[in-house]
Design a protein around this ligand. Structure first.
Ligand SMILES: C[S@@+](CC[C@H](N)C(=O)[O-])C[C@H]1O[C@@H](n2cnc3c(N)ncnc32)[C@H](O)[C@@H]1O
Length: 299
């Protein structure tokens, strides 16, 4: 994770923490007041401006200026101000979540990721992918690339079929957890499409478990996956379901895609659709989120 260049003023930090606690407690107007007091002491902290945006939003007040200031102070956008601006209707949805935002989220989440996701949210993306791939290609050793490998849950689901297993992920802390499993041959930190632009290996199977949800326009991801697959190789991925056309950014900061969009994007990238099945990969507030498991064949 990138560290701020200047340490935050402790008095401002205390007021920000009070503001965040009030916000979590459902008192957004009081939260905004505490956060404004933090800004008076330290007006150059992006996180504080972002928190002000959240408090104002929750209080039903205009939040655009606060988010724009956060973005100006941190153009890499670790807090995801561009996402909030899109969700309040003040800017178009970004084509994917800001890289620094994804990295920050998952660097913070890495140590408790497996328990938080599997136990609390009933996550079963890797298991869905394994079953889908087994239906199409039930035996044989595979050279596998795990995109957005995280802590390696999807890699682990395919460990008994791997001849080679590589992984790519934006979050170094998630990669460290994956490394500890001892099942990956190569783990590369970075953004998927950027890393794959210059990638020497070729694969029988490319996986993307719960990764397309952080990307709206899937064109670059599909094209990159196609480029590293051998002829007839498979690309297996999960996605959250959008019941209208195309894709959209959801309130929960993840993207939803229609099955028609997946099929059209697959065809444009040089894939034949083997199957796109409705299936939920995780719950949100106890309710399964409708989704897709897609298996595409490099044609
Ligand atoms: C919800 S986790 C899923 C991890 C793993 N695939 C699994 O099934 O447990 C999503 C992972 O994708 C990574 N990620 C999201 N967008 C990415 C991108 N554009 N490039 C590289 N990694 C990305 C995140 O850092 C995170 O580790």
């Amino acid at each position: 994770m990138t560290l701020p260049l200047v340490l935050p003023d402790p008095r401002a930090r205390r007021r920000l923490e009070i503001g965040l606690a009030l916000l979590a407690d459902g008192q957004p107007a009081e939260a905004a007041e505490a956060i404004r007091a933090a800004i008076e002491i330290d007006p150059a902290d992006a996180e504080t401006w972002h928190a002000l945006g959240q408090a104002l939003e929750a209080a039903g007040e205009p939040a655009e200026a606060a988010y724009r200031t956060a973005l100006q102070l941190d153009p890499d956008d670790r807090m995801g101000a561009a996402v909030r601006l899109a969700l309040i209707g003040a800017a178009p949805a970004p084509a994917q979540l800001p890289e620094a935002h994804v990295r920050t989220l998952f660097d913070q989440y890495a140590r408790r990721f497996d328990t938080a996701l599997v136990d609390a949210l009933g996550y079963r993306g890797p298991e869905l992918l394994r079953r889908a791939v087994d239906r199409v290609m039930s035996e044989g050793w595979l050279d596998i690339l795990d995109l957005g490998c995280g802590t390696g849950l999807a890699g682990a689901a395919f460990a008994d079929r791997r001849r080679r297993l590589d992984g790519i992920d934006l979050s170094p802390a998630m990669i460290l957890q994956a490394m500890a499993r001892g099942i990956y041959d190569r783990l590369e930190p970075g953004e998927i499409a950027a890393v794959l632009a210059d990638w020497p290996e070729r694969y029988d199977l490319v996986l993307a478990a719960d990764v397309a949800v952080y990307i709206g326009d899937l064109g670059p991801l599909f094209a990159a996956a196609r480029d590293v697959l051998r002829p007839d190789g498979l690309f297996a991925l999960t996605a959250e379901a959008h019941d209208a056309d195309g894709w959209r950014l959801g309130d929960h900061h993840r993207y939803l895609h229609s099955s028609g969009y997946l099929a059209a994007t697959a065809a444009a990238a040089g894939f034949a659709v083997v199957e796109v099945e409705g299936a939920w990969a995780r719950r949100e507030n106890g309710t399964p989120l409708p989704g897709w498991v897609a298996v595409l064949r490099a044609s």
